[in-house]
Design a protein around this ligand. Structure first.
Ligand SMILES: Cc1ncc(C[n+]2csc(CCOP(=O)(O)OP(=O)(O)O)c2C)c(N)n1
Ligand SMILES: [Mg+2]
Length: 626
C-alpha cells in the first residue's frame, strides 16, 4: 500500500474515522456509528462537503442544538458500553462553544465522544472572521480553547497532513477504557478544505483491540487476604461493572461469597432488583438496605466506581472506624481513592480471579440472610411508594411505578436531573443491566430527551422511556424534532410539578423556603416562595409545545389515565409525549443518609440559622478515609 490519495483534510478525517473498528472478546464492530452535526460557515464546506460527497462513510444526523447532540452521543456511547461512539461537527464560535457542556458531561461520565468544532482560519488572513473572539495578547487562542479542561485529548489541526497524527491520537484515547471521555479536534475552517496527498494505508480498516486488563497478582493476593478476614464486607457496584459486562461474573461472585451489593447511579442494574444479594441504591439516594449495611461494613469493595459524594453520602456512609477499601478499576486514578487497596484492572477478569482466590470462603450465614431479608423489606417499601394512592395529584413515586409496570424488562429508562434521578435510583426495579440509564455524573438538565435519542440510536430494538421534569423539558427539548425526523421513537413522560421540585425541597431543608424554584408570576416585587404558594402558576402548556414539535401527545390526569396512555404509547410507531401533573410536596423520603450542602454561617433568617445548626451537627460524621 504505497500509493497516496489526494483529499481535503476534512475528507481525510472522515475517511479515516469510518475505517476504525474495535474488538473485545472476539466481537468486532465499527467504532463510529455516524456523525451528528449542525452546519455553519465553519464546517459546511469542509466536513460538510466530505459527508455530502461520501455519505456511505459516516451517516449524518442533523441535530437542533449542539449541546444536545453531544448528549445524544454520550447516551449512545453509554448504551454501547463505550465500544461505539459518534462524531459531532459544528461551525466556529457559538456552535462550537455550545458543545462545551456536553463535552464536560461525557468526560465526567467517562464516555467517548469525538468533537470536531470548526475553528478560525489557521492562516489568520481574513481575521477577525464572523464569530471570532480575538484575544489581544494571544494570537493562537480561540473559543475552542474552552474545550481543553473538559477534554481527555485536545488538538488543533493546523495543517492538512496533521490529520494523520491527530486523528490516531484521538481514537487511541477514545477506545482506552481508563482514559476515555470527550476528545476534541478543533478544525480551522481553511484547513478543512485544503488538500494534501495522504498515504492510502492511513485509510485501511484498523481494529483497536480493547484489552481486559489483568490486575497485579500480588495485589490480588493482598485483596483476597483482606476479604477473607472481613466479617461484613460490602460491594459497591459502579458503571465499570456494566461497561465491562461483568454483571454475570458479579452475580456468581455474590452467590459464591455471599457479599451483598449496593449500586451507584451508573452501576444500577449490576444485579437484578430481586437478586438476594442486591441491596439496591447506595448513598445519598440509597435504600435503607444498602445504607444500613454500609454503616458497619469492614471491607468495602468498590468496582468501577469513582466514589462521588452521592455514593459516599458525603463521606458519612461508611462509619466503621476500621473500614478498608478495595478498589477495582481500569483507571488507577479511581483505584487509589480512599487509600484503597488498588486492583487496577478490568471488572470482569478481576472478579473471576478473586472468585478463584476466595474459593471455600464465604460470609457467615447470618450476614447473608440479613442481606436477603433487607432486599425483601426494601421491595415492600418500593411497592408501598408505587401504590401510594396520593391525591388529588399523584405522587411522583406512583408515576415511576406506572412506567416501571408498563416497560418490558429490556426497555430503557432515561433521566438526568431534578427529583427523579434520586427516586429512580431508590425505586426503579431494574431487570436488565442496560435498562437503567440515569446520567448522574454531570446531572445535566436537558440531557434526558437528547440522551434518550442516543440510547435509541444505539439500541433501536428497545423501547426508550424518557422521564423528564418540566424544568429540564423547558431547558432543552428540541431533539424531539430529531427523533421525529429520524423515526427514532421515544416515549417521553413529562412529570410536571410547576418548577424545580428537587432544588425547592433542598432549599426548604436549608431554610430558604423554595425561593426562586417555583414557576410563578412576579407579585408585589416577589418571585414567590413555598410558604406563600398562591397557586398563581405560569400558563405554560408543555403538551401543546410537544405537539407542535411533531410528537403524539397524551395528557394524563392521574395514574389510571397515565397507565392507559403508556399502554397506547406502546402501539404508536413514532415519538410519544405524555404529560402528568404530580404533587410537588409528596416526595420519597431519604433513608439514613446525608448530603453535604453548606448552609450560610451567618444569616438574619431564623430558619437558615436553624439549618446551619443542623448542618454543623451532621458534618461531624464526615470521615476522611486515609
Ligand atoms: C444545566 C443544569 N442547570 C442547573 C441544574 C441544577 N438543578 C438540578 S435539578 C434542577 C431543577 C430541575 O427541574 P425539573 O426538571 O422540573 O425537575 P424537578 O426538580 O421538578 O423534579 C436544577 C435547576 C442542573 N442540574 N443542570
Ligand atoms: Mg419540575
Amino acid at each position: 500500500m504505497s500509493g497516496t490519495i489526494r483529499l481535503t483534510a476534512a475528507q481525510a478525517l472522515v475517511r479515516f474515522l469510518a475505517a476504525q473498528h474495535v474488538e473485545r472478546d472476539g466481537v468486532e464492530e465499527r467504532f463510529f456509528g455516524g456523525c451528528f452535526g449542525i452546519f455553519g460557515h465553519g464546517n459546511v464546506a469542509g466536513i460538510g462537503e466530505a459527508l455530502y460527497e461520501s455519505p456511505e462513510l459516516l451517516t449524518y444526523y442533523q441535530a437542533r442544538n449542539e449541546q444536545a447532540m453531544v448528549h445524544a452521543a454520550a447516551g449512545y456511547a453509554r448504551m454501547k458500553d463505550r465500544l461505539g461512539a459518534l462524531v459531532c461537527t459544528t461551525s466556529i464560535g457559538p456552535g462550537a462553544t455550545n458543545m462545551v457542556t456536553g463535552a464536560a458531561l461525557a468526560t465526567v461520565n467517562r464516555l467517548p465522544v469525538l468533537l470536531v468544532p470548526g475553528d478560525v482560519f489557521a492562516s489568520h488572513k481574513p481575521d477577525p472572521v464572523l464569530q471570532q473572539l480575538e484575544v489581544p495578547s494571544a494570537g493562537d487562542v480561540s473559543v475552542n480553547d474552552c474545550f481543553r479542561p473538559v477534554s481527555r485529548y485536545f488538538d488543533r489541526i493546523s495543517r492538512p497532513e496533521q490529520v494523520i497524527a491527530s486523528a490516531q491520537q484521538a481514537v487511541r484515547v477514545l477506545v482506552n477504557q481508563a482514559e476515555t471521555g470527550a476528545v476534541t479536534l478543533a478544525f480551522p475552517q481553511d484547513v478543512q478544505a485544503e488538500a494534501a496527498d495522504f498515504p492510502e494505508g492511513f485509510f485501511q480498516k484498523r481494529v483497536w483491540h480493547v484489552p481486559r486488563l489483568q490486575p497485579d497478582e500480588a495485589a490480588l493476593a493482598r485483596a483476597a487476604e483482606l476479604i477473607r478476614r472481613a466479617q461484613q464486607p460490602l460491594i459497591v457496584a459502579g458503571g465499570g461493572v456494566i461497561y465491562s459486562r461483568a454483571t454475570e461474573a458479579l452475580r456468581s461472585f455474590c452467590e459464591q461469597t455471599g457479599i451483598p451489593v449496593g449500586e451507584t447511579q451508573a452501576g444500577k442494574g449490576s444485579l437484578p432488583f430481586d437478586d438476594p444479594s442486591s441491596l439496591g441504591a447506595i448513598g445519598v439516594t440509597g435504600t435503607f438496605a444498602a445504607n444500613r449495611l454500609a454503616a458497619d461494613a469492614d471491607v468495602v469493595i468498590g468496582i468501577g466506581t469513582r466514589w462521588t459524594d452521592f455514593t459516599t453520602a458525603s463521606k458519612t456512609a461508611f462509619r466503621n472506624p476500621e473500614v478498608r477499601f478495595v478498589n477495582v478499576n481500569v483507571a488507577d486514578f479511581d483505584a487509589a481513592k480512599h487509600a484503597g487497596l488498588a486492583l487496577v484492572g478490568d471488572a470482569r477478569v478481576t472478579l473471576e480471579r478473586l472468585a478463584t482466590l476466595l474459593e471455600g470462603w464465604s460470609v457467615d450465614h447470618e450476614y447473608r440472610a440479613e442481606a436477603a431479608r433487607l432486599n425483601a423489606e426494601w421491595d415492600a417499601e418500593v411497592a408501598r411508594l408505587y401504590g401510594l394512592g396520593h391525591g388529588p395529584l399523584p405522587a411522583q413515586s406512583e408515576v415511576l411505578g406506572a412506567v416501571n409496570d408498563a416497560s418490558a424488562p429490556t426497555d430503557v429508562v432515561v433521566c438526568a436531573a431534578g427529583a427523579m434521578p434520586g427516586d429512580l435510583h431508590k425505586l426503579w426495579r431494574t431487570r436488565d443491566a442496560k435498562g437503567y440509564h440515569v446520567e448522574y455524573g454531570y446531572s445535566c438538565m436537558g440531557y434526558e430527551i437528547a440522551g434518550g435519542l442516543g440510547v435509541k440510536l444505539a439500541a433501536p430494538e428497545r423501547e426508550v422511556y424518557v422521564l423528564v421534569g418540566d424544568g429540564s423539558y423547558l431547558m432543552l427539548s428540541s431533539e424531539l424534532v430529531t427523533s421525529v425526523q429520524e423515526g427514532l421513537k421515544l416515549t417521553v413522560v413529562i412529570v410536571d410539578n410547576r418548577g424545580f421540585n428537587s432544588i425547592g425541597s433542598l432549599s426548604r431543608s436549608l431554610g430558604t423556603d423554595g425561593f426562586g424554584t417555583l414557576y410563578r408570576y412576579r407579585r408585589n416585587g416577589s418571585i414567590g416562595v413555598d410558604s406563600d404558594d398562591t397557586g398563581d402558576v405560569l400558563p405554560v402548556d408543555l403538551a401543546a409545545n410537544a405537539e407542535s414539535l411533531g410528537a403524539r401527545v397524551f395528557r394524563a390526569d392521574g395514574i389510571d389515565s397515565l397507565r392507559r396512555a403508556l399502554d397506547d404509547a406502546t402501539k404508536q410507531e413514532g415519538t410519544v409525549v405524555i404529560t402528568v401533573d404530580v404533587d410537588r410536596y409528596e416526595g420519597v423520603p431519604s433513608y439514613e443518609s446525608w448530603w453535604d450542602v453548606p448552609v450560610a454561617e451567618v444569616s438574619e433568617v431564623d430558619s437558615v440559622r436553624a439549618a446551619r445548626e443542623q448542618y454543623e451537627k451532621a458534618r461531624r460524621d464526615e470521615r476522611t478515609h486515609v
